[in-house]
Every structure is written in structure tokens, then in C-alpha cells.
Write a protein that binds this ligand. Structure first.
Ligand code: T1G
Length: 696
């Protein structure tokens, strides 16, 4: 392998360059190379200044995450950064791309920083369940105001080079596109000025008095939602304001080590890699996608308008069709509202917003306007009959090679594709509501979907900045299929004795953003009701059907939108449990001859997880999901599963598959139909393997 760090010289300036694709992660070889080359430059009497820069697409994007959990190898990153800072010759760092984590820490160890105007920087460690562990929590608050440093570190946010310059993190901006040239020019100017080393550790923390750490800690704790890292990171930053530099570093190290050894760190790093491996889809390796510059959307309800908004934000030209002018105008208004929201949140510049509405978006009532579209996404009412009708019409007007996609959440895409004469061009693109906010996208591959069409789904997802996951056709694909199953299990838990409010409490304590019954209220109880009615005919007679949610719907209670569901919603008030729910459930238990028993929060969680993992194992076993970690990505990004638990499959590996299988065995005595262990789960337990062994 080529040396990942090289040293060259231009006159009296040594250029130490890192070249470790794809993101110049500070692996052991990079750390060693930096250490040796900086030492060599220091020892060389002809060298008067040292430039550190990177080749490729970015400055160092952080420590090499793949090395976490393995025995540490010297030099450690903190020692290296200290060595760089201690240099007796001025060290200039030239930043391009993204200087993240350990990368930004290396940059802060240097004495002077120049950044290309296009560069970004940040300390995203808390996203991985750790904190900046190479002096970042000590040096950043000595370069920029402590309040801003604390915000950057606890939120994992990135700032632009320009902002970095205004704050004092970056000493010079360079308009060019060559970091090496920018660094050399700066180094020459510094030498001409006679500038010597300037060490950040000599500074005091900036504007430390302006920060009330107790108040900030309470705020950070609240928004961290169970993740320890941001809170510990704040402790480390506080150390920079109360301790001398060396002691602050030691404190940072101790807090870092504690986090590094935690289950949360393992889970969050699992999630990081899982979100990258979803893009690895065998059948589309080396397959070129079709164009996606101009798309059509059929249906301008919440979903269609959200999809249109998401595409417009990604720079795609959109034509949206509705059945009449009234509906088309409503759809336009929704898209306009969504885009205005993006401007308000700082996600879209006003000028760009105006240009999108003037040039890139139009509504129509005539499918003939789809004639030149590269891809059309259908987002109409969830009915097979309606969808087949739409696809028949699209088939008639769309150009050859256009991709035809359905946003169905449950329906059989093979049947939809069969309504066209080009089933190879049809696939599912299952967005999650609100589609311009939610990151998840299931790319559903039907029996005859052409690989170029699948590749196009992934390419579109990437353009729209979605996390696209490959799914096969079945009722509900990956996410909704698993959801249907664990909802049944939650209903069974309620029939057995817990209240819906017990279930919600236990699961929010477990880490879910919202309890499942509160979520149903939010989505609208009529949605689950319609789905259960759709499946009524094919329902297995052995299933114990829980009817209490249907009863609420029959009384006209659909949740939040009608003011009443499992909870009662009143303007400006916290939702309250609806007492009628308990009566309906008690009546159903009596009717079914069930004597309710006390169910602990722990059991509620165990039942919920057993159901989720069991169905997920079936989803993987049936080939609906490519690998267990793909299921984790779906549940994390579409269903509010706590990220710090890594997803249901990672969680199952953590508690042990034997425990999950054992729990299922016990539950089988309660309901032999609902609790059939998945063959894959049984097989893995027999072979003493975990889900991770299948991730590849
Ligand atoms: N280590 C190892 N591999 C990494 C990596 C890293 N830090 N970052 C990215 N990769 C791999 C990634 O898995 C993928 O691999 C490929 O690079 C391209 O990534 C002591 C403790 C840099 C903004 O958290 O945010 O420093 O799938 O698809 O969209 O305090 O990657 O191709 O095989 O994401 O252009 C802190 C994490 C580390 C940065 C590029 N740093 N990376 O995004 O490409 S902790 C981070 C990112 C630390 C010190 C500590 C992004 C990116 P593959 P990609 P991208």
C-alpha cells in the first residue's frame, strides 16, 4: 500500500500531506505518518514552517471509526495533536472538504488555519456516542466563545469556513480550490511577517463567564433524550473553564474512555455503518441509473405534496397531477407552505425558493403532461383498484424508459405493475410522512423490476438526501410489516392486562420518541382500521383479534384529528388518557373470558421487542430485507426506535438471541398463533450466532 502520509518541500516549507481515501480518516498508519513526518520537518534545519494538508476530497474527517473497540496503537491521536502543537516551527493547516472530529482536532493542534471557503468543520463525536477525545473540548473553547463551542460539541453541528473565520477558529479564508496552494501561500506570508508558533493551549477559555453550565446542562440533557455523550461532552467543556489545560485534557480523556466502553457507543457506531451499508445492493453494482431530472407526482395530498417538495428541494423539476383544478390548487398551496417552511428553517434561500416556484414546479389535471417525465411517482388513495387505474393511464402517456413508481405502503406492487405493459419499469418508492422531512425511503423491488430501475430508485434517494433501503414485495414491505406485527403484540399485551397508557409509558421510558398508541392517535386511528378491514377476509381464524381500536373508530374517534382516540386532545393541554378506552377494553376482556393480570414495564418491553425481532427475523429470512442491519436502519429512521439502542437487531444481539427466543417460547403458551418463533431466529440460536454475523 502507498504511504498514506508523505513529506515534500517547497523552499523552506515542509509539506506533510495525508492521502488515505475515501475520507482521510486518522487511522494508525496516518497517525504514525504524521508523527514521523512532523518530527522530520522539525529536525531539518532547512525547514522554517510546516504545512499539513490533505489530498482527495476532504481534510481528515476524523478518527478511523473502524479501529474503535480494537486495542489502541501508538501514537494516540491526543498525543499526536499535542506533538504538533508543541512544534518549535510554525505549523499551518490547510482545510478543505469536511474537517471533522479528530480532523478538526489535528487542525486545532496546528498554529494557523487556512480554509477553503467551501470547507465545513465540526465535532460530530456525540453522534457516535463519544466526545472529542483529542483535545477538542479543551482547544475549541480557547479559540471561539465557550457558549458556541459547547453548542457545536453537544449538537454535533457543522459550521461553514466563513462562520469559523468570524468566530476565530479559522485565521484565513481562501477562495480557491487547492488546499495545498492555499496553505503554501499562507505559510509564505506568515514567514514574511516573522510569525512564530502560536499555541491554542496557552489561551484562556473565551468568554467563559457568559455561560451558565447548570442551565445549559439541563437543556442538553433534555434534548439528548437518553444519550449520555452530549452531557459528558458538556462536562468536558466545563473543565476547559475551570482547570488548567493539562488537567482539562486528562478530564476529557477519562470522560472519553467511559463513553468509548459504553453500549451506547457500540449502538451508535453500528447505526453509522448500517446507514452506509444499505447503499450496497448486489443487483445494482455497476448498473447505471436512468435519468431523474424531471419527475411527475400523481396526487397532491400530504404525501404527494411532501414528495414533490422533497424533489424540488433536491433541484428536480416537478409536475404534479391532481384530478381537478380545485385539488391541484390545494396541492400547490401545500407545496408552497412546505417550501416557505424550509426558508423559515434556513434550509432554503429566498431567491432559490422564488426560482423553484417560478421555473421548476407546475400542477396539471392532464396526465398527458407526463409525456416527457423521466420518472413518475404515484401517491393516490391506498386502493388497488385506483392504483391500477392510474398505472394503466401512466403506461399510455409516459415515454419509453420512464420509471413508474408507486408510493403504496402495503399493496402488492407486482399486481400494480401488471396493470402496465412495462412491469420492468415499475417499482415501489415508499416515502414516510412528512416526505420532505423524513429521511427514510424504502425502494421496493418487484418480481420484474429491472436493475436499472432499482438503481434509479437509489439514485433518486441519494439526490433527495434520503436513506434508501432495498425491500422486497410483501404486505407492508420491511417497516410496516414489522409494525403490523408488533402492534398486534401490543394489542395482545393490552388484552392480557396492561392499559395502552402502561404500554406507552414503558416504551417511552425504553427510549421510543412516542408510545405506539400515541403514535396511532397521531397518524389517525382510521388508517389502521382501514388496513385491518382490508385484511379481514384473509385473516387466519386462529388469530385472536383485538377489536378495541375498531370500537373507538366506530364511535367516530380517530385520534388527534377528532380530538379523541386513546387520548383526549384539548387545545393547549397535555393529552390525557381517554377513560372510555379502559371501559371498552374491560368489556372486550370479559367477552373473551380473559382475566387481566398485572404486567410490569419490563415485561411490556420484552414482549414488544420479542415481537419486533421475531417478525424482523422473518423479514430477513424471507429475503424482504437484505441484511439485519437494513432492518435497524428502517426502524431507526422511520419508526422512532431509539438510535442509542442501535435498532432492534442490534438490541437483540446485545441482550442475546437466546433470551429473545426464550421469551417467545414463554409467550407461545399465552397465544400459540401470535408467537411462532421465526425459523431464522431458531437457526441462529442453534448455531450460537448473532444477527451481526449475517451483515457481511
Ligand atoms: N472512519 C472510518 N470510515 C469512515 C469514516 C471514519 N471516520 N467516515 C467515513 N467513513 C467511510 C464510510 O463508512 C464510507 O465507507 C466512506 O467513508 C464514505 O463515507 C478522537 C474519536 C466524512 C461527511 O464522525 O460524517 O474523530 O461505505 O458515504 O456522504 O475525537 O462520512 O464507502 O465503505 O458517509 O461523502 C468523527 C463521520 C470520528 C465523521 C463524508 N468523525 N463521517 O460523507 O460519504 S470520531 C465523524 C461522516 C473522532 C476523536 C474521535 C461522513 C463524511 P464505505 P460516506 P459522504
Amino acid at each position: 500500500m502507498e504511504d498514506p502520509v508523505t513529506i515534500t518541500r517547497e523552499a523552506n516549507i515542509a509539506i506533510v500531506e495525508v492521502n488515505n481515501p475515501p475520507v482521510n480518516a486518522a487511522s494508525h498508519a496516518v497517525r504514525l505518518g504524521l508523527q514521523l513526518n512532523v518530527k522530520e520537518a522539525e529536525a531539518n534545519p532547512e525547514v522554517e514552517a510546516i504545512l499539513i494538508c490533505c489530498a482527495g476530497r476532504t481534510f481528515i474527517a476524523g478518527a478511523d471509526i473502524k479501529e474503535f473497540g480494537k486495542p489502541p496503537q501508538d501514537p494516540s491521536l491526543p498525543d499526536l495533536v499535542n506533538q504538533i502543537e508543541a512544534s518549535t516551527k510554525p505549523v499551518i493547516v490547510a482545510i478543505h472538504g469536511t474537517a471533522l472530529g479528530g480532523g478538526l482536532e489535528v487542525a486545532m493542534g496546528g498554529h494557523y488555519r487556512v480554509a477553503l471557503t467551501s470547507a465545513k468543520m465540526g465535532l460530530p463525536e456525540v453522534n457516535l456516542g463519544i466526545l472529542p477525545g483529542a483535545g477538542g473540548t479543551q482547544r475549541l473553547p480557547r479559540l471561539i466563545p465557550v457558549a458556541k463551542a459547547a453548542e457545536m460539541i453537544t449538537s454535533a453541528g457543522m459550521i461553514s469556513a466563513k462562520e469559523g473565520h468570524e468566530l476565530g477558529l479559522i485565521d484565513r479564508l481562501d477562495e480557491g480550490d487547492d488546499p495545498r496552494a492555499a496553505g503554501l501561500a499562507y505559510a509564505k506570508d506568515l514567514l514574511a511577517e516573522g510569525a512564530g508558533p502560536s499555541r491554542t493551549s496557552d489561551n484562556a477559555a473565551k468568554d467563559a463567564d457568559a455561560v451558565d453550565f447548570d442551565a445549559l446542562r439541563a437543556k442538553v440533557k433534555k434534548s439528548a433524550r437518553g444519550i449520555m455523550a452530549p452531557v459528558k461532552a458538556l462536562d468536558a467543556v466545563e473543565g476547559a473553564t475551570t482547570m488548567p489545560f493539562a488537567e482539562g485534557l486528562k478530564n476529557e480523556r477519562a470522560l472519553f474512555t467511559e463513553l468509548l466502553e459504553s453500549d451506547q457507543r457500540a449502538a451508535l457506531i453500528h447505526a453509522f455503518f448500517a446507514e452506509r451499508s444499505v447503499a450496497k445492493v448486489k443487483e445494482i453494482e455497476g448498473v447505471a441509473p436512468r435519468p431523474t431530472d424531471k419527475i411527475g407526482v400523481v396526487g397532491g395530498g400530504t404525501m404527494g405534496a411532501g414528495i414533490a417538495t422533497s424533489a424540488l428541494l433536491a433541484g428536480i423539476d416537478v409536475t404534479l397531477a391532481e384530478r381537478d383544478d380545485d385539488a391541484a390548487n390545494k396541492a400547490r398551496a401545500t407545496v408552497e407552505k412546505n417550501l416557505a417552511g424550509a426558508v423559515k428553517r434556513g434550509k432554503l434561500a429566498q431567491a432559490k425558493h422564488d426560482a423553484i416556484l417560478a421555473n421548476a414546479f407546475r400542477t396539471t389535471t392532464d396526465y398527458a403532461d407526463f409525456g416527457e417525465r423521466d420518472l413518475v411517482i404515484e401517491a393516490v388513495f391506498e386502493s388497488m383498484e385506483v392504483k391500477r387505474e392510474v398505472f394503466g393511464q401512466l403506461d399510455a402517456v409516459c415515454k419509453p424508459g420512464a420509471v413508474l413508481a408507486t408510493n403504496t405502503s402495503y399493496l402488492d406492487i407486482n399486481e400494480i405493475a401488471a396493470a402496465t405493459k412495462r412491469p420492468g419499469d415499475v417499482l415501489g418508492l415508499h416515502f414516510f410522512s412528512p416526505a420532505h422531512v423524513m429521511k427514510l425511503l424504502e425502494v421496493v423491488v418487484a418480481d420484474q423490476t429491472d436493475p436499472t430501475v432499482t438503481a434509479t430508485g437509489f439514485a433518486l434517494g441519494k439526490k433527495m438526501k434520503k436513506i434508501a433501503v432495498r425491500a422486497g414485495v410483501c404486505d407492508g414491505f420491511i417497516g410496516n410489516r414489522i409494525l403490523s406485527h408488533y402492534q398486534k403484540a401490543n394489542f395482545a399485551t393490552v388484552l392480557a392486562g396492561a392499559s395502552p397508557f402502561d404500554v406507552d409509558r414503558a416504551l417511552t421510558n425504553f427510549g421510543l420518541a412516542m408510545g405506539p398508541f400515541a403514535v396511532s392517535d397521531l397518524a389517525g386511528l382510521d388508517i389502521g382500521w382501514a388496513n385491518r378491514k382490508r385484511l379481514a377476509e384473509t385473516r387466519d381464524p386462529r388469530e385472536t383479534y383485538a377489536a378495541f381500536a375498531d370500537k373507538l373508530c366506530e364511535q367516530g374517534h380517530f385520534g388527534r384529528k377528532t380530538g379523541k382516540g386513546f387520548y383526549i386532545y384539548e387545545e393547549g393541554e397535555k393529552p390525557q388518557p381517554n377513560p372510555e378506552v379502559e371501559e371498552i377494553i374491560a368489556a372486550e376482556r370479559a367477552e373473551k373470558g380473559i382475566t387481566p393480570r398485572q404486567i410490569s414495564d419490563e415485561e411490556i418491553v420484552d414482549r414488544y421487542m420479542a415481537a419486533m425481532v421475531n417478525e424482523a427475523a422473518r423479514v430477513v429470512g424471507d429475503g424482504i430485507a437484505q441484511r439485519p442491519s437494513d432492518v435497524d436502519v428502517v426502524l431507526l429512521n422511520g419508526y422512532g426506535f431509539p438510535r442509542w439502542r442501535g435498532g432492534p437487531m442490534h438490541y437483540a444481539d446485545t441482550v442475546g438471541l437466546a433470551k429473545i427466543l426464550n421469551d417467545i417460547g414463554v409467550l407461545q403458551k399465552e397465544d400459540d398463533f401470535l408467537w411462532q418463533p421465526a425459523p431464522l431466529l431458531k437457526q441462529l440460536v442453534e448455531e450460537d450466532r448473532n444477527f451481526a454475523s449475517l451483515n457481511g
